[in-house]
Every structure is written in C-alpha cells, then in structure tokens.
Design a binder for this molecule. Structure first.
Ligand code: FAD
Ligand code: UDP
Length: 366
C-alpha cells in the first residue's frame, strides 16, 4: 500500500479532504478522470475572462466557519447575484421580490403585492403543498408561477412541476422588499482569480493524476491505498447493480463575442418554454470585467445518459429510495468513504460540500 488515501475526484469534496489529510501527515493520491482539477467549479481563462466551464458558480453561505475556511485560499470580490428573467418580451428581476411584483402588476407597495398574491392563492385551494407546482403556486400565486417558474423549471428538470419535489423552489428567496439579491446568505462573492486557483492551493504538495478514471485505474492498482474517498457517482461505483439513478445534464454553448457588453448582467434566465436554453451567462460580469471582448454561455438542460456529465441529482422520491439502497451497500463497503454531490446524491451547494467534507475529516481523524 503506497498511500494512506486514494481520493477519487479533484472537485471541492475530494480536494478539501486531501488538503486536511495531507496537513495531518497522511499520504494521498488524488485522481480525476477529467484532464483538469477543480471538478465542476473549474474556470478556464478565455480572452482574459474566467469562464465557468461547468456552469456559473457564486459562492454564498451563512456559515461563518465555512466562509473563513474558503477565505484561507482566496480573497473574494463583492459580487452579489441578481439575475434578470426574460419571459417573452417582458423583463423581470429575480428572485421574486417587490421589483418583480411592481413590474408584473404596476403596483408600488408590499400591501398591494400581498393582496394580489393572496387572492390568487385563495382561488387555488391548496392546503398542504405536495410537489413543486403546488409549493410555487401557494407561495407566489398564479402569475409568478406561470411566467417565471413553470417554463424554466420544466426545461431545467425535463419533468412537469407536479412531479418534482418542492424543496427545489424553496432554494429561492421570496420577499416583499425591493431587494434583488438572489441569496439570503450573509456572505457572498466570487474568488478573485477564479475557483481553479483555490483548488490548486488545496492540492499543493499532493500527488494528483488527471485524465485517470478510477474504474480503469483500480484494475491495474487494486491495493494502492489503505482507504478510498470516492466522489464519483455512487450507482456507477456499484456497477448500477440496483438500477441507474437519474441525473440532469447540461450542455454549454460558449461563444466569444466582439463586444464589451452583451447583456449587461452576469445571469439572464429565459423562463418561457419556447426558448430552448434556460439561461445565458456573461462571465466577465462576475468580476466586473473591463476586457474588450466578452464570453457568453447558453445553458441547455438534458436528461443524463451513460457517458454524459452528471450535473444535478434528480432528488424525487423514487430516486431517493434507490439512493438509500445504494447507501446501505456503501455502508458495507470496507475502507471506502463516499462523499460530494455525486457520492451522496444530494443537491449540495459549494458551502455544503465543504461543510460535509470537513465533517468527514472530523470523523476520520478524531
Ligand atoms: P464535483 O465538482 O462534481 O467533483 C467530482 C469529481 O469527480 C469530478 O471532477 C469528476 O470528474 C470526478 N470523477 C467522477 N467519477 C470519477 C471516476 N470514476 N474516476 C475519476 N474521477 C471521477 N454551488 C454553489 O454554491 N453556487 C452556485 O452558484 C452553483 N452553481 C452550480 C451550477 C451548476 C450548473 C451546477 C451543476 C452546480 C452548481 N453548484 C453551485 C454546485 C457545485 O458545483 C457543487 O456543490 C460542487 O462543485 C460539488 O463538488 P464535488 O466535489 O462534490 O463534485
Ligand atoms: N427557478 C425558476 N425560475 C428561475 C430560476 C429558478 O423557476 O428563473 C427554479 C427552478 O426550478 C430551479 C430552482 O428554482 O431549478 C432553483 O434555482 P437555482 O438558481 O438555485 O438553480 P441552480 O443554480 O441549482 O441551477
């Protein structure tokens, strides 16, 4: 056994674990099947702009400990995410707030907005919301649901809102103040210099092999480490023997444009069903960029199939039950720790992944 730990996946979970284990004098080998480190937070520099290759990533957390932890590795700018939603020829502010309601109904006060929403909700007779559709309707009423939620969500998840879990929509703030901050969290920003540098610092002094798939690697080197930290797909680890979990994949169409400012905002969502993409990201605006050109990415959501990148776990009841069965198998697997978004099949944000990695570290080294 050459290493204490073989860490599969150089994303945030694997890298935080590797950093902490290395700090404690453990020998680690980190492998990733992609040809770069940083997993989904990887940024690639194009025209002097940090392009979020696997989707826009805004760091936000209310956990002071996690904020201080990540700030060891980078300074953060003061970017506040405030997406714009385009519905047909109408433009709204997100998340759902007084700016949205004022534009939608030509009103000014929270009382007026509350009265309109309350009236719409009353007509629906929903007592206990059972799915995303009922949750969204009973929170925001019919107009907001129809214009800003239904089309976007069905494109994003490829399922009717009535078949999706309500927690997905509860991620978004809904407020009666003129506040366009997409998050309620206390701390928020984009790391100056990009996310890849953060992960680079975490992995400094640790052996890393990119372009290395675990399933191939283990055939040649079955006994290379005392323990494995696996952050890939849990169902793939077990050869899909209980069936495949469902994921959503995303395809990005990235373009360099010969203009310094294409859409005036980092994130513009397209909420009607007819536009095939969910959103357009203009990367430079995350860092208040002043470059002469700009880079944009259109995001197209699709069902995941073997061989594609799995981006989002589809945490409906059926998949969660199947995951539970995989988790039982995982518990019996000696000397393997499963972690991260794919290993735990959870819709984790970055702060939650770091938190979970640090909890794993505490358990492992107590
Ligand atoms: P990953 O980053 O996916 O890392 C897992 C790594 O394991 C990958 O690099 C993969 O190549 C590797 N791997 C898998 N299988 C194998 C194998 N068999 N052999 C070798 N290597 C393997 N969070 C936020 O906080 N804010 C945001 O704004 C935000 N936006 C997001 C937007 C999108 C489109 C997506 C998909 C996610 C977003 N997230 C956001 C979530 C964030 O990406 C995750 O929380 C975080 O990156 C997960 O880290 P991880 O280490 O668990 O997984
Ligand atoms: N959502 C929506 N309209 C929007 C943006 C988001 O209905 O304009 C819903 C959609 O169901 C989405 C969920 O809110 O999946 C969570 O949005 P978020 O921006 O957090 O998604 P992510 O960053 O994970 O892609």
């Amino acid at each position: 056994m050459k290493y204490d730990y073989l860490i599969v996946g150089a994303g945030l979970f694997g890298s935080v674990f590797a950093y902490e284990a290395h700090k404690r004098g453990k020998s680690c080998l980190v492998i990733d099947k992609r040809d770069h480190i940083a997993g989904n937070v990887y940024c690639e520099e194009i025209e002097g702009i940090n392009v979020h290759k696997y989707g826009a990533h805004i760091f936000h957390t209310s956990n002071k400990k996690i904020w201080e932890y990540i700030n060891q590795f980078a300074e953060f700018n003061n970017y506040i995410n405030s997406p714009i939603a385009v519905y047909k020829d109408e433009l709204y502010n997100l998340p759902f707030n007084m700016n949205t309601f004022s534009k939608m109904w030509g009103i000014k006060t929270p009382q007026e907005a509350k009265a309109i929403i309350a009236k719409q909700i009353e007509e629906l007779h929903i007592t206990e919301p059972r799915n995303l559709e009922e949750q969204a309707l009973s929170l925001a009423g019919t107009d907001v649901y129809e214009k800003l939620i239904k089309g976007y969500t069905e494109k994003q998840w490829g399922r009717p809102c009535s078949e999706l879990p309500s927690f997905i929509i509860k991620r978004l703030p809904f407020r009666f103040t003129y506040n366009n901050n997409y998050f309620n969290d206390r701390y928020q920003g984009i790391p100056i210099g990009g996310y890849t540098k953060i992960v680079g610092k975490m992995l400094d002094g640790i052996e890393v092999k990119t372009g290395t798939d675990y399933f191939q690697f283990k055939k040649d080197k079955p006994d290379i480490a005392r323990k494995i930290v696996f952050t890939g797909m849990i169902d793939e680890y077990f050869g899909y023997r209980l069936g495949a979990l469902e994921y959503r994949s995303v395809r990005f169409e990235t373009e360099v444009l010969d203009t310094d400012n294409y859409q005036g905002n980092a994130v513009v969502n397209y909420t009607d069903r007819e536009i095939p993409y969910t959103r357009i990201i203009e990367h430079k605006h995350f860092e208040f960029g002043t470059q002469e050109k700009t880079v944009i990415s259109r995001e197209y959501s699709s069902e995941w199939k073997v061989g594609m990148e799995p981006y989002y776990p589809v945490n409906n009841e059926q998949n969660n039950q199947l995951f539970e069965k995989y988790r039982e198998l995982a518990e019996k697997e000696n000397n393997v720790i499963f972690g991260g978004r794919l290993g735990n099949y959870k819709y984790y944000d970055m702060d939650k992944v770091i938190e979970s990695a640090l909890e794993t570290v505490d358990r492992e080294f107590r």
